[in-house]
Design a protein around this ligand. Structure first.
Ligand code: CUA
Length: 176
């Protein structure tokens, strides 16, 4: 069978495009360090959240007794605020977050980082982040959750180890 030269060129061009598309999808899936939140955090009854083992000690920053985790942050999302609103942790620490929602679907997005998770009533979003440098990040809710959705924000500040004071743990900032 005779294939016209132009047709061969178009075949080749189409093949290159397909490979390029697959390449961008594959890069987006594994190359950019993106991790999906899975069900590792477990489930929780929103009405009795404070009795859940993960939240028994309260909300805020806690030293972790797990080997590869330095601190744990427990947080609840409830329209229109995060509690605690502001979180302070020392640099060079590995932090495991446990966040759940009490009313509707929210999210916890740390602007400028790859932290961005949905926060769903009945489930605990659990993820681990390494904070190697000092800095302050804005935390926002990116799921429309009600008329004051736009007010739902907080901060995460990474301070130097000298500046870090353990009293910053249990900083139940409320919606201040
Ligand atoms: Cu919470 Cu929008």
């Amino acid at each position: 069978m005779e294939i016209h030269r132009y047709e061969k060129i178009w075949f080749a061009a189409a093949l290159v495009l397909i490979i390029a598309f697959i390449g961008t999808v594959a890069y987006g899936a594994v190359g950019a360090g993106i991790q999906m939140i899975d069900d590792e955090g477990g489930t929780i009854d929103p009405d009795e959240w404070s009795e859940h083992e993960q939240f028994e000690e309260g909300l805020g920053v806690f030293e972790s007794d797990e080997n590869d985790i330095d601190y744990e942050v427990t947080m609840i999302a409830q329209h229109p605020s995060f509690n605690p609103r502001d979180v302070t942790i020392p640099e060079n620490s590995t932090v495991e977050f446990h966040i759940t929602a009490l009313d509707v679907i929210h999210s916890y997005d740390l602007v400028g980082t790859n932290v961005n998770t949905m926060v769903i009533p009945g489930q605990i979003a659990q993820f681990t982040v390494d904070f190697d440098e000092t800095g302050e990040y804005l935390a926002i809710c990116t799921e429309y959750c009600g008329e004051r959705h736009h007010e739902m924000e907080g901060t995460l500040e990474v301070v130097s180890e000298e500046e870090w004071e353990p009293d910053e743990m249990l900083d139940n900032g409320g919606d201040g």
